[in-house]
Design a protein around this ligand. Structure first.
Ligand code: SF4
Length: 524
């Protein structure tokens, strides 16, 4: 291309007037021709706008990644929202998506999760990313989703006429804040850092080369990378603010150039700055007086997809173990006797193993006796000492309703549970109590068959008071007979900590023997 003086307005007159057919973009003469959609040019941006430079650095970074890192640019996607910056998605010759306002990041999230091989870049404006899409911005950072977010910040909603936005400096003017912005702006790198992002950078477009290098780095970063690009809005923002005021209002290009010069003068390159110290400084009039630039953070950590993969691996292993257990279950001979719907209510207080005991019964029935079983549980508000209950339904036939209707038997290990559950038991049901902890009420239901055992005391004598629930399970197995003794023993051995298997099996045996004696004597 011919040499020209960029300060001479005459050199720019052909922009916006040249016919598409004559453009360099489709004659193959421009070095970025391959990555620009010539048919979409000329672009819509104002003269002096910083977006052209932002796009140039982005394309330069992509070309470098292709040439030097072997990137396949067919696997790079660009997503933008609405606004002047949003047009970039339409100008790059990549798979690109121009989405609704503020929704570029959710769209990119779906794209990346559906096709993790893609490198997804979101390139949009400050209003789109930090205003309307602000919630998506922080949550993608929190998840450390492996995308690159490039936010071109021109300090206002430029395309719609220059309204105040979430990054408009305090005191600066916009078309909707003619007396100065009374709100305070986001410090975007600090917001991203606080949300969890660990690659953070900022450059003005005047530092084009360093911006391009940073964009290469950001796109290669394994996780959420965020680059803020400060670009002059020569038309909307510069019109109202000291940096652009006083220049010939007819020559928008010059306002852009003056802003670029201003950014060059006030830019302070300081890599590694803590983002909280990187707020853009303004004077009393709202004029920007310092912009800290550089790469503030580059500390990779596990990204969203690798966290999912890790958890998926754990789930796969658990599923394999469950499948193995089901295979083992299929080797067990089918019981020939019929077990009619048996509803078991277990009640006590937290810490007694009431929930564990219910689970042991359910697993014994379902896994080791090949019956149908449903198990549910409920807790009081406290973890230990509060009310605890669990329920099990057992039957030979499929169970269509998993909850208890009228318990046919119950294991009760606290006075509170006795008061709560016994009135709900079916007529003629069987009640098993730890008689060291539960006192039968004087008006106790006469229709119930009640059996007691000093389960806690027996467990203490065996050396582990926490095996009291297993004593009750032994008693239950002998008296109720819905689940076989061997199934219960296997389930107990599988459920308790390995070093307590022996004491628990002894506790079970003690309860079972007591139950057999009851069977013989048929008395309490
Ligand atoms: S309105 Fe501002 S940001 Fe938009 S194209 Fe014009 S100068 Fe650029």
């Amino acid at each position: 291309m011919a040499d020209f003086d960029i300060t001479d307005a005459g050199q720019f007159e052909h922009f916006g007037t040249e016919s598409v057919g004559d453009s360099d973009w489709i004659t193959g003469q421009h070095p970025m021709d391959g990555l620009l959609r010539g048919e979409r040019l000329p672009h819509i941006w104002c003269q002096g706008c910083g977006l052209g430079t932002a796009l140039t650095t982005f394309i330069g970074a992509l070309q470098w990644l292709e040439a030097e890192q072997g990137w396949d640019l067919d696997k790079v996607s660009v997503v933008s929202g609405i606004g002047c910056t949003g047009r970039i998605a339409g100008y790059v010759r990549l798979d690109s998506f121009h989405t609704t306002h503020g929704r570029a990041i959710p769209f990119a999230t779906g794209l990346k999760l559906a096709n993790p091989e893609l490198k997804v870049v979101v390139m949009s404006g400050d209003g789109d990313i930090a205003g309307i899409g602000g919630n998506h911005f922080i949550h993608a950072a929190r998840r450390n989703l492996d995308i690159t977010v490039i936010c071109v910040n021109n300090f206002n909603y430029g395309m719609t006429g220059g309204q105040v936005g979430p990054t408009t400096p305090h005191g600066a003017k916009a078309v909707t804040t003619q007396y100065g912005n009374f709100e305070y702006p986001f410090n975007l790198p600090y917001l991203a850092a606080a949300s969890g992002a660990s690659f953070l950078a900022r450059w003005t477009v005047i530092h084009a080369r360093r911006l391009e290098w940073t964009l290469r780095e950001a796109m290669m970063y394994p996780g959420y990378s965020f680059v803020e690009v400060i670009a002059p809005c020569s038309t909307s923002y510069a019109r109202w603010n000291p940096e652009g005021r006083g220049l010939d209002p007819e020559k928008l290009r010059r306002r852009g150039l003056e802003l670029m010069k201003h950014y060059q003068n006030i830019g302070k390159v300081a890599h590694g700055t803590h983002p909280k110290d990187a707020a853009i400084k303004v004077d009393k009039e709202g004029a920007i007086v310092e912009i800290v630039e550089g790469v503030f953070s580059n500390e990779p950590k596990p990204d969203f997809q690798s966290a999912i993969d890790e958890q998926a691996q754990v789930a796969r292993e658990r599923w394999q173990a469950a499948k193995k257990m089901l295979n083992e279950r299929s080797q067990i001979p089918q019981r020939t006797d019929i077990i009619f719907r048996t509803e078991v209510q277990l009640g006590g207080f937290g810490g007694q193993g009431i929930v564990s005991a219910g689970r042991i019964i359910g697993q014994a029935a379902a896994i080791y006796d090949k019956l149908e079983a449903c198990f549910t549980q409920s807790y009081g508000p406290e973890a230990r000492g509060g009310a605890a209950g669990s329920q099990v339904v057992i039957a030979s036939d499929p169970i269509h309703h998993p909850h208890l209707i009228e318990p046919t038997n119950a294991i009760i290990m606290s006075q509170e549970a006795y008061t709560k559950y016994v009135p709900k038991m079916a007529t003629g049901a069987t009640l098993l109590i730890d008689d060291g902890l539960v006192t039968l009420s004087p008006d106790q239901r006469q229709d119930l068959k009640t059996y007691g055992i000093s389960a806690t005391q027996i467990a203490e004598e065996l050396g582990n008071s926490r095996a009291a629930n297993t004593v009750m399970l032994g008693l239950w197995t002998a008296i109720i007979g819905a689940v076989s003794k061997s199934a219960m023993q296997q389930s107990v051995a599988k459920a308790v900590p390995p070093k307590t298997v022996e004491v628990n099996l002894s506790a079970f045996e003690a309860g079972f023997k007591k139950g057999l004696r009851y069977q013989v004597n048929n008395t309490l």
